[in-house]
Ligand binder design. Structure first.
Ligand SMILES: CC1=C(/C=C/C(C)=C/C=C/C(C)=C/C=C/C=C(C)/C=C/C=C(C)/C=C/C2=C(C)CCCC2(C)C)C(C)(C)CCC1
Ligand SMILES: [Fe+2]
Length: 299
């Protein structure tokens, strides 16, 4: 067996694995260490600081890929992005449970991209289904009550469905893990293995925050920054900052207009996840478009 050299692993794999191991250990020993309101606070801060910036470079990616060139094109891109995001918020308002289910499906597709270069499409599908399904397998009541906050009574059905998907995906993940071990794909093996461990020991929001903010977002950010010429990196960071702040202002406005006052965790949870769902649609469409363009397939 070839030696596993930690230095050869991508930095986000190391950071994610270390955080997952620490969280699993602490929460395994003291399962009630993090009250729900603290988990929501953690999620909010981490998503803003580490999660949002990975989409905040979308305008830069779009320009680089040739989606627009002139200032008018830039305005059109921004308006189109916001319009798509608002359409998702509208759809959630009208059809909350269908929107939640679609969000889960689109997210699985999007997160499968984290293993684009390492796994075959069917393996990626299993990995993504397990990634989203595992919290519902190990913490069904918690996932059901989060879904009810997001989409109202009746959304427990989505948690039950997700649990079934998670159970099947967990079974199917075993041969995928064995194959990655046989092929000595240590990065994927560590990431998927630590996800399983984390899903068992960490409550769903902590699980999600560690995956999304320490693996998904940094991987995407690192790939984007690597594309930029060294001289452009400063302006890239400035852009990420401005777009992140703009997103916060927009989210606060939409939440203030649409959400009735109530308990703070519920409002924060709704703003965060419905906000992420809203941003996912334009964010993912852009990723799809640029991938197709790179692969030279007509979009
Ligand atoms: C460019 C632009 C902008 C910005 C943007 C951004 C900043 C973006 C971002 C983006 C992003 C940042 C995205 C994200 C995504 C995310 C996702 C996709 C998520 C998902 C999730 C999930 C699916 C979850 C699930 C769950 C729950 C809910 C509970 C528990 C359990 C579980 C985990 C299962 C603006 C608007 C300013 C303007 C225009 C242009
Ligand atoms: Fe993403």
């Amino acid at each position: 067996m070839s030696a596993l050299r930690l230095k050869a692993l991508p930095p986000e794999t190391l950071g994610f694995a270390a955080a997952a191991a620490a969280a699993a250990l602490v929460l395994g020993l003291a399962p009630t260490a993090l009250p729900f309101a603290v988990q929501v606070g953690l999620l909010a801060v981490a998503v803003v600081v580490l999660g949002l910036p990975h989409g905040a470079l979308d305008a830069w990616i779009a320009r680089r890929a040739g989606l627009f060139e002139r200032p008018l094109g830039w305005i059109g891109f921004n308006l189109g992005y916001v319009a798509l995001a608002l359409a998702v918020v509208g759809a959630w308002w009208l059809f909350p449970i269908t929107a939640l289910v679609l969000f889960l499906m689109i997210s699985a597709w999007h997160f499968a991209g984290d293993w684009q270069d390492a796994l075959m499409p069917w393996q990626r599908m299993i990995a993504a289904a397990a990634l989203l399904g595992m919290p519902a397998v190990f913490y069904q009541a918690e996932v059901a009550s989060i879904f009810v906050v997001l989409s109202g009574p009746g959304a427990e059905v989505a948690a039950e469905g997700l649990r079934s998907v998670g159970l099947v995906a967990l079974g199917a993940l075993v041969p995928v893990l064995l194959m990655t071990a046989m092929k000595r794909q240590w990065t994927v093996l560590i990431e998927l293995g630590m996800l399983v461990l984390l899903a068992v020991f960490a409550p769903p929001l902590v699980y999600f925050v560690i995956y999304f903010c320490l693996l998904h977002s940094p991987r995407h950010l690192r790939a984007t920054i690597a594309l930029a010429p060294a001289g452009e990196r400063r302006s890239l960071i400035a852009q990420a900052l401005v777009y992140t702040l703009a997103t916060l202002v927009l989210a606060a406005l939409v939440a203030a207009l649409l959400l009735p006052s109530g308990d703070l965790s519920g409002i924060a949870l709704k703003t965060l996840f419905i906000g992420l769902a809203a941003l996912t649609v334009p964010h993912m469409l852009l990723m799809l478009w640029t991938e197709r363009k790179q692969a030279n397939v007509p979009a």
